[in-house]
Design a protein. Structure first.
Length: 112
């Protein structure tokens, strides 16, 4: 079990470094939402309606001007039909980064 976690952690670190090289910095929650929304073919207005939020709020999230809670991050994940772990991790990492802390957030599914 430890080996599996170590391999997954190594893969995740490599993927993160690759994305950071492409993006010129860390992947943020807003970047992920904007990218997925575009890939799915939603305008900001249409996706905001789907989420039950204002277009301005969505724009602020995508541009990193507003942080979202873990609960809100999970709602975004469900709207895209994805598991919440990555979305919650990105939202928490944005909050930690905004606090000026040099920490890395990891999120795991609860086995229970």
């Amino acid at each position: 079990m430890t080996t599996k976690k170590s391999k997954e952690s190594l893969i995740e670190r490599k993927e993160s470094r690759f994305l950071e090289e492409i993006l010129g910095g860390p992947l943020t929650f807003g970047m992920a939402i904007e990218s997925l929304r575009g890939r799915e073919g939603f305008s900001q207005a249409a996706f905001a309606r789907r989420m039950g939020i204002s277009k301005q709020y969505l724009c602020d999230v995508e541009k990193g001007r507003r942080l979202v809670s873990s609960e809100q991050a999970a709602r975004f994940a469900r709207a895209f039909g994805h598991p919440p772990a990555l979305f919650v991790r990105l939202a928490l990492q944005d909050d930690v980064r905004a606090s000026g802390l040099k920490l890395k957030v990891t999120v795991e599914e609860d086995a229970a």
